[in-house]
Design a protein around this ligand. Structure first.
Ligand SMILES: [Mg+2]
Length: 166
């Protein structure tokens, strides 16, 4: 909550908007742009009005075009919210800094990633729950994240049934 918002709302501060923090490499994709299917399936179902997806990555700005394309190709939410690592900054410090900042602006439901010493550490520093991706079984972590997101109603309601034929 900003100082301005606090001066306007006093103690009646509105609830922070919901967010989730997602690592890219070996969490959503492998080999830069090969999707991890379970990850894409969970992310694509998120209701963008209810929850904002922030990607926090060790990638630098030189990867922007390819990253944008990946996000578009798989219709993932959050393409405006990719936090690239500034040149000259270590990925660990970058991830820590962005986690702390996002935790101030949002109620971050969880951070998910495959590196405990980077995004795991960053999440703990920011007081955000962390879900560790096992590279040999990413489905486990994504199921856990799905459960957390379901608890806050972050998904688009499924269609009751598709109309078939015509
Ligand atoms: Mg990673």
């Amino acid at each position: 909550m900003s100082d301005l918002a606090h001066s306007v709302f006093g103690d009646d501060v509105p609830a922070k908007p919901l967010a989730v923090i997602v690592d890219l490499d070996d969490t959503v994709c492998v080999g830069f742009d090969c999707p991890i299917r379970v990850a894409v399936d969970v992310l694509a179902r998120i209701d963008r009005q209810k929850l904002t997806v922030h990607y926090v990555t060790a990638r630098t700005d030189v990867s922007r075009a390819g990253t944008d394309r990946f996000i578009m190709d798989h219709r993932l939410p959050g393409w405006r919210h990719v936090h690239y690592c500034p040149k000259g900054q270590g990925s660990k410090s970058h991830k820590a800094q962005v986690h702390v900042q996002l935790a101030k602006e949002y109620r971050v439901i969880a951070s998910i990633g495959d590196l405990d010493e980077e995004e795991g550490e960053a999440a703990r520093l920011a007081g955000v729950p962390f879900v560790l991706v096992d590279r040999d079984n990413a489905a486990l972590a994504w199921a856990e994240l799905e459960r957390l997101l379901e608890m806050v109603g972050a998904f688009v309601a499924r269609e009751a049934s598709a109309t078939e034929g015509g």
